[in-house]
Every structure is written in C-alpha cells, then in structure tokens.
Design a protein around this ligand. Structure first.
Ligand code: NAP
Length: 214
C-alpha cells in the first residue's frame, strides 16, 4: 500500500507514548498488535508535551520524534506522525483521535495501543467518556502484571458510559514479554554507565549517546 493511501474500512493502530526513548519493547508491542488485530498500519505518535508529570529527563519532542522514525524506518507497516509533537500545548489523546478520524473517515476503526499503566489512568484524561467510544484500547502489559486492575477499570467505564458502543471489547489486554525493557531503565543505565546495547535499535542508541540526551 502506498504511503499515504487512505481506503475505506481501514484498521489503524495508534501507538501512543512518550518514547523517551523508543525501545524494542515498543516495537514488539506494535508488531504484535498489527498481527493479532489484523491492522493495516500502526502510526507511532510521540507525545509533545505529556499532559501528566514525567519522571526523569525528557528529551525534546523533536529528538523523540527522530528516534521513533529511525526505529521504525525498516517496517513498511509502521509510520510516525508529528500530530502531537507539532501541536502547541499539552498532548491530549482526544484531540489526536479526532484528527485521525478526520483523515481516515468514519469507516475506519482505531486501536489505541499503549502501556496498561497509562490506560489505567484513562478516567483522568480529557473527555474519557467520549474517547472510549471513538477507539478501542490495547493495553500492553509486562508479564506478571496484575490484570484485575484493568477488569476494575472496564466495570467503571461501563458505569460512566451507557453508550452501547462501549463493550467488553473496548479494552484488550496484550502481554508482551519484551516489555521487560523500559525507557526508565534505559535512562537509568545511561546515567550509571551501564550497557544499553540490544535493548533498543543501534541507530537510536547511537543517536541518543551522540546527542547526550539523557
Ligand atoms: P507513561 O505513564 O510514561 O507510561 C506508562 C507505562 O506504559 C510505562 O511502563 C511505559 O513504558 C509504558 N508504555 C508507554 N507507551 C507504551 C506503548 N506505546 N507501548 C507499550 N508500552 C508503553 O505513559 P506515556 O507514554 O506518557 O503515555 C502513554 C499514552 O497515553 C500517550 O499517547 C499519552 O499521550 C496518552 N495519555 C493521554 C492523556 C490525556 O489525553 N489526558 C493522559 C495521559 C496519557 P516505557 O516507559 O518503557 O515507555
């Protein structure tokens, strides 16, 4: 499929994250979602200014965008968008999904893929009642994650939103062993001069070291 081709009834994965930095856990998550949910493409969207507090050093939106481009360049189903890094002010997911709906049309189905810990906070996001009707969620977890918290969240969401579009299939859980890798750990390793090789693509590793990002 040509890069910008937009067809009817597309299934689009929206890979939302700070990607500070992007690593193999993120890439395996996106590939698994592409395969399990038969998606046409996955669009990685690095946040501009995260709406919530980020612990540790946050690389600039442009650096996080560039590292995401480097990491995904060889996959023909992966794309990277500047929707959030180019937007002024905080990066709200509702604004992003609305923009993508405008581009891909009403026939498209969206799957918002992100970490389970982030999804658990969805009730504190901007317009949670609306967003849960506009896309399905894929909560990526590390092995051993306490899944009962996601089940609790589902119950709460049905409670606040009687919309029939909100079903048990509004949130899927995907366990990804590679998510034992984490951006926090990579930043910590850099600070303490421990190796980060093989945790993230070599191009990303070279870029962040060369530019002294963390
Ligand atoms: P975070 O709190 O930094 O991350 C929470 C956990 O999820 C971390 O363990 C993180 O691991 C993991 N994670 C993050 N993105 C992931 C992905 N795409 N695939 C797999 N695991 C992932 O969360 P964040 O990255 O800043 O935000 C996640 C998404 O939620 C973003 O798109 C953000 O814009 C959205 N969000 C929206 C609102 C709002 O609209 N008000 C509020 C909060 C978050 P790593 O640290 O290794 O990545």
């Amino acid at each position: 499929m040509a890069r910008l081709e937009v067809k009817k009834n597309m299934k689009i994965g929206i890979m939302g994250g700070t990607f500070n930095p992007i690593h193999y856990g993120h890439l395996v998550t996106a590939e698994e979602a592409l395969s399990q949910f038969k998606l046409d493409r996955v669009i990685f969207i690095p946040t501009g200014q995260p709406p919530h507090k980020t612990t540790g050093k946050l690389a600039s939106p442009e650096d996080r965008y560039l590292m995401t481009v480097m990491a995904t360049a060889s996959n023909s189903h992966f794309f990277v968008s500047r929707i959030e890094t180019a937007r002024k002010g905080k990066s709200y997911t509702i604004d992003t999904v609305k923009e993508l709906k405008f581009t891909y049309g009403e026939s498209a189905t969206f799957y918002f893929i992100t970490g389970a810990d982030a999804i658990l906070e969805i009730l504190t996001w901007k317009n949670p009642e609306e967003i849960i009707t506009m896309c399905k969620f894929i909560a990526a977890t590390r092995p051993g994650y306490n899944l009962s918290r996601i089940e609790e969240l589902k119950k709460k969401l049905f409670g606040i939103n009687a919309n029939p579009q909100v079903t048990k299939d509004s949130i899927f859980i995907m366990e990804i062993p590679a998510l034992a890798i984490s951006s926090t750990d990579i930043r910590e390793r850099i600070k303490t001069s421990r190796p980060i090789k093989y945790l993230l693509p070599e191009s990303v590793c070279n870029y962040l070291l060369k530019n002294d990002l963390y």
